[in-house]
Ligand binder design. Structure first.
Ligand code: PLP
Length: 459
């Protein structure tokens, strides 16, 4: 038995008393946590076994500034001492949330006047779904309820956000998804393109599928199209050439509300402040979370235009209030930390840094294409997907039972790099945005060595 399980250690408590999400429950009950993280510094975290690991997954795509930051810690401490809580219900406010709403909207990719806060990406997406439905009711179009998203998209775990998500393992045992949530194909060119089909042809095919789905459902029943600029939980899938132009043509043609989920792509991940800027998107509303506070505090936001607020006002005129909100929305400590994070991003020119280091990062990843296990490498900024395959010529995947992607993930972890393998065997590599060039070289060398380890086992 693992020595950490035999005593009254945190590992034992965790195994016996703590229920984990997105985790194999039996494996956890039998073996305890896969890692017990004790502390961190820069881009590395340290486990209870004394291993120092480069975080190539930024926690969950959130620790933009790594694992320590005195300015953020001091901002949180100051705010906790001054005003640890204040509600934002009933029109009550506090200076930090007011300043954050102003600062965040002024940084938006397109002109947004309004921001509302929640604690997670899921809550933000649920908020937006409700607001879009509320607007359609206010406009006398209550039949406009259908939400379109894509397979492999990830929008969270609350009931509506998970219905939007295109992750079958998050639906099957919960009797989900609900009606009114339609799914399109994931724009994974490498795996889903026909032989000889160009990226542009594939993109046109995706847009035709979108248009047909709108026509089949009836354009006047469609409420919105939700999308991540680049799918993250789906496995770091950078859309192919022409994809967003073709999809946005359909959005414009049928006047569909376009909600862009920047939970992962916001605040520099793509080498642009927003993913919308990286891919020339024109959102009608946006979710942001994760790097909003550099993950030092749970906080998210939705941003949108005055015209949506005007419709919500009609709804609140009728009901007396906007019947929506969370206790911890606009939490003073979260708002103080977010303001400090946004100011740090500007002070250190984080976007400029990502642009500079993304060149060696992407070059290091692309060099892995020479490896017999790697069929596809596609990325932007510090966000890259690496497809593990059995046969490059045929773009053939390994039998999922062999869990070859997980083997790469585990060998990399043993060698000091944390990454995630996302089905089907796609390695998602997205280190903290402050990573240095030397750390990138170290991380890509570890990944190459992990691929070699696995190749020795499976070839
Ligand atoms: N949207 C996207 C694009 C995400 O990647 C995630 C989580 O990873 C979410 C929403 C849900 O965010 P949360 O886990 O904070 O609810």
């Amino acid at each position: 038995m693992n020595k950490h399980l035999s005593t009254n250690s945190p590992r034992t408590f965790d195994r016996l008393n703590h229920v984990h999400g997105q985790t194999n429950l039996r494996g956890h009950q039998d073996n305890g946590p896969t890692a017990m993280v004790i502390n961190g510094r820069g881009v590395r975290f340290v486990t209870d076994e004394g291993q120092s690991i480069i975080d190539g997954f930024s926690g969950l795509g959130c620790v933009s500034l790594g694992y320590h930051n005195d300015r953020l810690a001091e901002a949180a401490m100051r705010q906790m001492q001054e005003l640890p809580f204040a509600p934002t219900f009933y029109g009550r406010s506090h200076p930090k949330v007011a300043e954050l709403a102003h600062t965040l909207t002024s940084k938006a990719a397109v002109p947004f006047e309004k921001a509302m806060f929640q604690c997670s990406g899921s809550e933000a997406n649920d908020t937006m779904i409700k607001f879009i439905w509320a607007r359609n009711i206010a406009r006398g179009q209550p039949q406009r309820r259908r939400m379109i998203s894509r397979w492999r998209g990830y929008y969270g775990n609350t009931v509506a956000a998970v219905a939007l998500s295109g992750q079958p393992h998050m639906h099957a045992n919960f009797g989900l998804p609900m009606d009114d949530f339609l799914k399109l194909s994931t724009p994974n060119y490498y795996l889903n393109a026909a032989d000889g089909e160009s990226e542009e042809e594939f993109s046109e095919r995706m847009a035709t599928e979108f248009e047909n789905a709108v026509l089949d459902a009836g354009p006047d029943t469609i409420a919105a199209f939700f999308a991540e600029p680049m799918q993250s939980g789906g496995g770091a899938i950078r859309p192919p050439q022409g994809y967003w132009d073709a999809m946005q043509a359909v959005i414009r043609k049928y006047d569909i509300h376009f909600h862009v989920d920047e939970t992962v792509t916001g605040f520099g991940r793509t080498g642009h402040y927003w993913g919308a800027q990286a891919f020339d998107l024109m959102p009608d509303s946006t979710t942001c979370a994760k790097a909003l506070t550099a993950a030092f505090f749970p906080m998210s936001a939705v941003m949108f235009r005055q015209d949506l607020y005007d419709d919500l006002m009609k709804n609140s005129d009728a009901a007396g209030v906007l019947g929506h909100g969370f206790t911890y929305a606009g939490h003073p400590v979260g708002a103080a930390v977010a303001l400090e994070a946004l100011s740090i991003y500007d002070d250190i020119d984080l976007v400029g840094h990502v642009q500079r280091v993304s060149k060696p990062f992407l070059a290091g990843c692309e060099a892995l294409l020479d490896h017999p296990l790697v069929g596809d490498v596609r990325g932007i900024g510090l966000f890259c997907g690496i497809q593990i395959v059995q046969d490059k010529a045929r773009r053939a995947l390994w039998d999922p039972k062999l869990k070859v992607g997980t083997m790469v993930q585990d060998r990399a972890h043993a060698r000091g790099l944390y990454l995630r393998s996302i089905p089907p065997d796609r390695i998602s590599f997205m280190p903290p945005l402050i990573i240095s060039q030397d750390e990138i070289s170290e991380a890509t060398a570890i990944l190459k060595a992990a691929l070699d380890d696995v190749w020795e086992e499976v070839k």
